[in-house]
Design a protein around this ligand. Structure first.
Ligand code: 5GP
Ligand code: MN
Length: 332
């Protein structure tokens, strides 16, 4: 995307070769990070350490990191806010970032080399080097291919980061992206030393109380519309305050809405305070794949996967929900 370099697609082996000779890296993922984004950062930065490459992680914005992922090495000290100044010869690796905007990539200097590693089908290939594989269950699955192609040492800590991306993006091996390859990868990561039951305890049984109080509020606002096909809920700024929660606690709450019998599309809209006022952040899920929610998100400048997507809006909750209801009603 930058004027300084041409853009091209590369293989896992080519990325591995490039990585081996890096002087310094910055690993970037998207705002409001999920398990794949943070699993990528952890595994990638640990692998760079093993290879003797100095590097840091960066996630744009200030919204809270979901606490269930703070156990992953290197996640606590990722840089936040605006992109950091880059020491000379730093290559920026974008991990699980479907769009330039969500990772603040457009704020990096033009002449910085960008490597774009992702599994979103709507990734436009904004890097000088692009490895985008929509068939991969998670971006960590692509990192695994890179590490294997380079014959890099995948120890238990690296494997744990990779596994967290895989287990969360596949909905614990139950969403439609749960391919035989995804199961095989889980087995291989377990052989690398992942303690599956321990990871389960960290990710799914270490829930801070404010997150459950936030869920309680989301359930109070829950409505099913369109004859039961659409589940909607929302969280106001005040809900976050009353629950003692921050934005990171909202991660995964939409999974409860999508469980409802008969629901084909689930929506959670949350308010987010910014310097310029209140924004709304929208999460969309398609349970049966009959509606492409990434296409819906694209109409509002967002993106994602066919069955999981999102966008940010300056409109208020009620008007966002009304728009979604009319779009989904027309499409289903
Ligand atoms: P979530 O609802 O969990 O925040 O995001 C679901 C999926 O949609 C993820 O793959 C995420 O990267 C993508 N997504 C969420 N919000 C946005 C957005 O504002 N822009 C784009 N391009 N993708 C988004
Ligand atoms: Mn992902």
């Amino acid at each position: 995307m930058s004027a300084a370099y041409p853009s091209r697609n590369v293989s896992p082996a080519q990325v591995a070769e490039r990585l081996r000779s890096e002087k310094r890296v910055l690993a970037v993922s998207h705002e409001a990070p999920d398990g794949d984004a943070l699993g990528c950062l952890s595994a990638f930065l640990l692998m760079c350490e093993r290879l003797g490459i100095p590097g840091e992680g960066f996630i744009p914005g200030e919204s809270g990191i979901p606490p269930e992922y703070l156990f992953l090495p290197r996640v606590k000290d990722v840089l936040r806010g605006d992109p950091p100044a880059l020491p000379a010869s730093t290559t920026v690796y974008f991990l699980d970032c479907s769009s330039l905007l969500r990772s603040n990539a457009h704020k990096f200097p033009e002449d910085v080399v960008r490597v774009n590693i992702d599994h979103h089908g709507d990734n436009p290939g904004y890097g000088e080097y692009n490895l985008v594989d929509p068939a991969a269950a998670s971006t960590t699955a692509i990192l695994y291919e890179i590490f294997k192609a380079g014959d890099f040492p995948i120890d238990d800590e690296v494997a744990t980061g990779l596994y967290v991306g895989l287990v969360t993006d596949t909905g614990r091996f139950q969403y439609s992206n749960t391919t035989p390859e995804a199961h095989r990868l889980a087995a291989e990561l377990q052989e690398c030393g992942v303690d599956v039951a321990w990871v389960y305890r960290q990710v799914y049984e270490s829930t801070p109380l404010p997150k459950l109080l936030l869920l309680e509020r989301a359930l109070r606002h829950l409505e099913v519309r369109l004859g039961g096909a659409l589940a909607v809920s929302w969280l106001s700024n005040d809900d976050f305050v009353q629950a003692g929660a921050d934005e990171g606690h909202a991660e995964g709450l939409i999974d409860t809405l999508r469980r409802i019998n008969g629901v084909r599309v689930a929506v959670l809209v949350r308010e987010r305070k910014t310097e310029s006022g209140v924004q709304t952040k929208v999460s969309l899920r398609s349970t049966d794949g009959s509606l492409n929610v990434a296409e819906l998100a694209h109409k509002r400048g967002g993106g994602g996967h066919i069955r999981a997507a999102g966008f940010t809006s300056d409109d208020e909750v009620g008007s966002v929900l009304a728009w979604i209801e009319s779009e989904v009603g027309a499409a289903l």
